[in-house]
Design a binder for this molecule. Structure first.
Ligand code: ADP
Ligand code: MG
Length: 317
């Protein structure tokens, strides 16, 4: 199968017929009709086999994850994702792989009502670049804007994906272990929550590198300090059953790949934010506060600072 056959078979079906898509796959470029006052929000992510996902990871999971991690960036902006373009480099036209990949990608894109409108297909080492285009009607949610006194809120639970990475893809064992693996392979972009909290939150980020690292980015952009309470971190029952409390907390602070949202919200808006989370069907937990200063600090109940070892996630220093 040549490049064109492959595109029409696997990727053209991921296009959605919609009035705002003037030209999609098939011409030299896509043409999109954005309603005038809205702003365009663009994000791109590249996944390289062996670097961003383990070699041999199921194609369907690779496809799903490619879209989900990118959608998470759009969610963190409080924007509505609409279109995607896919630059795909693959060593051979392996149809079993392509079919699985397109399925997973299509699942995640359809769930977010995103249409694939173009891309590029080349031969080379397995590398996947997905660009997402969204819109925001008004001010986007950014990493800047957190203020002293804000509550730090986090969606869902943290640390699951890091634990899931250690669970073998086949034969996960217990239901809890399989769920953790699923949290790694199929992260849920918090689109509805990000959109609902856009007018309420001062700042937001999606947790991809690990909570402390990502809060650090927000604090740099906002020029203030995050104070996180160790005991307040939302941990899933599956994670608690999977490892010791200290390890679970280490995963939650530094494990990464959570794709939850961390938001800075003024106390006056906290009740409204929690109501939004209920409507979005996502847990939202207050884990600390913003103060004047710089950086991120995490304290246990005795007020002692805890710091996950930078070289590893298993131990606190
Ligand atoms: P060109 O040579 O003009 O760049 P291509 O031959 O690369 O065009 O692609 C033909 C059409 O197929 C274009 O509309 C392009 O956007 C689309 N396309 C190519 N690869 C992909 C892909 N992996 N997924 C979706 N659309 C693709
Ligand atoms: Mg091209």
């Amino acid at each position: 199968m040549d490049e064109f056959g492959l595109i029409s078979r696997y990727f053209a079906p991921l296009e959605i017929e919609r009035d705002d898509i003037v030209l999609g796959i098939g011409d030299d470029a896509a043409v999109l009709d954005i309603a005038a006052p809205a702003r365009i929000v663009v994000a791109v992510d590249t996944l390289v086999e062996g670097v961003h996902f383990p070699a041999g990871m199921a194609a369907e999971a690779v496809g799903y994850r490619t879209a989900a991690v990118n959608l998470s960036d759009i969610a963190a902006m409080g924007a509505v994702p609409r279109y995607a373009t896919l630059a795909l480099s693959l060593p051979a036209a392996d149809e079993a792989w392509l079919s699985g990949f397109a399925h997973g990608l299509g699942d995640a894109l359809r769930a977010a009502e995103v249409s694939l409108v173009g891309g590029d297909t080349t031969r080379g080492a397995l590398t996947i670049s997905l660009q997402l285009i969204g819109i925001v009607d008004g001010a986007p949610l950014t990493r800047g804007g957190a203020r002293p006194g804000d509550l730090i809120l986090v969606s869902g639970t943290l640390g699951d994906a890091r634990a899931g990475l250690d669970v073998p893809a086949q034969g996960a064992g217990t239901a809890g272990a399989a769920w953790l693996r699923e949290r790694y392979e199929r992260p849920q972009p918090r689109l509805a929550l990000g959109q609902a909290l856009r007018p309420l939150a001062h700042a937001a980020i999606d947790v991809s590198d690990g909570l402390l690292a990502d809060l650090g980015h927000v604090m740099r952009m906002s020029a203030c300090r995050a104070e996180v309470e160790l005991d307040a971190l939302p941990l899933s029952p599956a994670l608690r059953a999977h490892c010791a409390l200290r390890e679970a907390q280490g995963h939650a602070l530094a494990g990464g790949d959570d794709y939850e949202l961390a938001l800075c919200v003024p106390p006056a808006a906290a009740a409204a934010a929690h109501a939004c989370a209920v409507r979005a069907g996502v847990a939202l937990t207050a884990i600390g506060r913003i103060s004047a200063g710089a950086g991120v600090v995490c304290r246990d109940r005795d007020g002692h600072e805890v710091r996950p070892a930078t070289a590893g996630y298993r131990h606190f220093s």
